[in-house]
Design a protein around this ligand. Structure first.
Ligand code: SAM
Length: 237
């Protein structure tokens, strides 16, 4: 279930070679002044949280992630920020002391893919349907009434390879499955394969996703901003 151990030590160099734009992601969180507590679900190595913590020293920031080696890098990266608390947790058993005004996941446990004018669909790192429902329930328990959930938007996945900033070759291959798709990630240096990781994803169409979220009090809030990086949901009072 979404284990990134094999990729952990190469994750930062792959992602910061143009895969994600972390400053733009944090711009898109658009934090109101009233927000005091923020949670990232699937914070990985902490690249988003570092950018956020730099900008918002008065906000209490929590990050959780399933994969210990990813979180170990996040802990080292964020150790000087007193307002950041990280813990190794599977969202399906999420347990934190308080509720948050805002929770988000970008490329983390859940995200949306939007392909041109087509309807968004939800991608989950959790292949089991029951575990998805359990994860959404636990997440909802950690978002305050009237709180906000932001789930990241990505473009469609496709097979490709590219040379990253350290000269190594990153490649990914997508295989459709009956519940979604499997994504194979590789990193190679010349003829040597340094990293291979496979993640099984489950997908839900937009109607299914909205229903799963609304069962736990989240209403979809359409926004017409151009180039937005998140879909917004609001938790019922
Ligand atoms: C592609 S990474 C994204 C990391 C980070 N948000 C970023 O933008 O760099 C996905 C992360 O989700 C985490 N993850 C997957 N399934 C999870 C689960 N059930 N509970 C918590 N974290 C999970 C993985 O361990 C991984 O670190």
């Amino acid at each position: 279930m979404g284990d990134y151990s094999n990729m952990a030590s190469y994750y930062d160099v792959i992602m910061t070679s143009g895969y994600y734009d972390y400053a733009k992601i944090v711009d898109n969180l658009v934090l109101q002044d009233s927000v005091e507590k923020v949670l990232e679900i699937g914070c990985g190595t902490g690249l988003i949280l570092e950018e956020l913590a730099r900008r918002k020293s008065s906000v209490q920031i929590s990050g959780i992630d399933l994969t210990e080696p990813m979180l170990a890098i996040a802990k080292e990266r964020l150790k000087s920020f007193k307002n950041v608390a990280l813990s190794q947790q599977n969202v399906c058993h999420l347990s934190l002391p308080s509720a948050h005004d805002l929770a988000f996941s970008y490329g983390g446990v859940w995200y949306f893919v939007i392909d041109g004018d087509k309807e968004p669909f939800l991608v989950s790192h959790i292949p089991d349907h029951g575990a998805n429902l359990q994860g959404i329930k636990k997440m909802a328990q950690h978002i305050a009434p009237h709180g906000t959930l932001l789930l990241g938007i990505q473009g469609p996945h496709h097979n490709y390879e590219t040379v990253i900033s350290n000269g190594m070759k990153y490649s990914q291959k997508i295989d459709p499955t009956d519940i979604g798709f499997t994504k194979h990630y590789y990193l190679s240096d010349g003829a040597q394969t340094l990293m291979a990781q496979t993640v099984k994803y489950r997908t839900y169409n937009f109607e299914e996703a909205k229903n799963m979220l609304s069962a736990h009090g989240f209403a979809y809030i359409p926004e017409s901003r151009d180039n937005k990086l998140f879909l917004r949901f609001s938790r019922a009072p």
